[in-house]
Design a protein around this ligand. Structure first.
Ligand code: ADP
Length: 457
């Protein structure tokens, strides 16, 4: 069921129940009132009749005649009068006795209590009347034909008014809920129009205050993020294509040129070396891409375990030097560290080794002495790893861009690369809830990795 239908039914049901309660209270209040008034009226009329009979001394036969003649037209009440001994002195109705007076009933009335009760449609009042020191017991019964007719009329009016009101309430509720939800329909239509090809479309944010506007604003923010990451992905894919195409084109050109005619062994050797160089570039690029993909995972997907960072740095150094024997790596502690807890972090060995090797490689390839100076320092909460070199340094204008994927600085001519290393490294460090920053340094470059240690854990 749609929200608008549900709202319509809920509003109608609430108002429907309230209207029923209202109608019932009007009906019963009126019914009670009619009954009370009619009892009072019966008693007044009965007292008049008793006065006529006992004080004005009107003949009983005359009163009975009046009763007989006006009974149907005026719905006359039927009065009976008894003396102290419960002997019937007067009765309006000669043939038909409505109230069956019992001795108990008469003695209750005698004790001066007025009784009021109903018998079928008839209302009956019994009371005692004193005349010339003599007590008389009077009962009077009548049927409120007009009162009941009015009550029935009231019931018809209430039922009709209720049904009419409910029709009006139902259509008004439907109109109101549709009006209220109209903006959502607008949002849905607009959202349906948004596809991967037009992620630049946005929802109208209306007055920017109500709930729908908040929904639209939140949705637009999500679209901003999606569009950004979509653009990033597109850029990334085209960069990869470009990076792969360049060495592939070089390999093909090299091979075609060599095959053009018969060459001597030295030329073949040279060509093979060039092709191998490009193939290595491709292989490095693809393993870097794989690492980048791994590091882009959700942090919860990556297995972390307690690691002693100085030992991991030693292992990374060994691995790095195996493929880069021209480079040197110096590993030092800033001060003596007594508790090994300060050197422990919760991390992923493979990813952290990749990050450390990247920084060693950059220090090595961007400096004449091909040396990376690593300094380990600790604070009460963090592990600080400085990767310093005395190389050519980084151009001021490039400093903000070096962590962007595929970005290569002004100094790129100094060494080969694809511009992935630093972006991969910063991703890995951020996955470990750490930070990678470029620190100011007079000569060369200094990168600082901050990792949480396990002192607090
Ligand atoms: P790559 O080294 O393959 O170019 P990186 O992402 O590792 O890619 O580095 C991006 C850029 O940052 C490099 O092209 C270079 O301009 C600059 N850079 C990184 N490390 C250093 C360093 N130690 N010394 C000088 N420049 C550096």
């Amino acid at each position: 069921m749609t929200i608008s239908n549900r709202l319509t039914f809920i509003i109608s049901a609430i108002i429907g129940v309230l209207l029923i309660a209202f109608a019932l209270s009007v009906y019963f209040a009126y019914a009670n009132n009619r009954e009370d008034e009619y009892f009072n009226q019966i008693r007044l009329q009965a007292e008049t009749k008793v006065s006529l009979l006992l004080e004005a001394r009107v003949e009983a036969a005359t009163l009975q005649l009046i009763y007989q003649n006006s009974r149907n037209a005026l719905n006359q009440e039927e009065v009976a009068i008894y003396n102290n001994e419960f002997d019937l002195l007067y009765h309006d109705e000669v043939d038909n006795d409505i109230v069956k007076e019992t001795p108990e009933m008469l003695s209750t009335i005698q004790d001066n209590a007025e009784i009021r009760f109903k018998q079928g449609m008839y209302q009956i009042v019994g009371f005692s009347h004193i005349h010339n020191g003599q007590q008389y017991i009077v009962t009077a019964a009548a049927y409120d034909i007009y009162g009941y007719a009015k009550l029935r009329n009231l019931l018809y009016i209430l039922v009709l008014a209720y049904l009419l009101s409910m029709v009006i309430v139902f259509f008004s509720a439907r109109f109101i809920s549709r009006q209220a939800l109209q903006p959502i329909t607008g949002v849905v239509d607009r959202v349906e129009a948004i596809t991967a090809n037009n992620l630049n479309l946005r929802l109208t944010e209306g007055n920017r205050k109500d709930e729908i506007a908040t929904l639209a604003i939140t949705f637009n923010k999500m679209l901003d993020r999606l569009e950004q990451s979509f653009d990033g992905q597109k850029q990334f894919v085209s960069n990869i294509a470009h990076e792969i195409r360049t060495p592939l084109a070089a390999i093909m050109a090299e091979l075609e040129l060599t095959l053009n005619k018969e060459r001597n062994i030295a030329t073949y050797r040279n060509a093979i070396e060039n092709v191998l160089d490009d193939a290595q570039k491709l292989s490095k690029l693809s393993s870097n891409m794989l690492d980048l993909a791994k590091a882009s995972y959700d942090a919860s997907e990556i297995k972390l375990k307690p690691i002693r960072v100085d030992e991991l740095l030693m292992a990374a150094k060994e691995q790095f030097l195996r493929g880069n024997d021209a480079c040197q790596v110096h590993l030092d502690f800033k001060s003596e560290i007594e508790d090994e807890k300060y050197l422990m972090t919760l991390g992923n060995e493979y990813l952290l080794t990749t990050a450390f090797k990247n920084l060693m490689e950059n220090s090595c390839k961007f400096s004449d002495n091909q040396t990376s100076y690593i300094v380990i320092d600790v604070t009460p909460t963090a592990l600080l790893l400085y990767f310093n070199d005395e190389g050519i340094g980084i151009n001021e204008a490039d400093k903000d861009l070096i962590f962007t994927p595929f970005f290569r600085g002004d100094n790129q001519a100094y060494s080969k690369g694809a511009g992935i290393g630093l972006s991969l490294t910063i991703k890995i460090i951020e996955l470990h809830k750490g930070a990678l920053t470029l620190e100011p340094k007079a000569k060369g470059s200094s990168f600082l990795i901050r990792l949480k240690n396990m002192v607090q854990a």
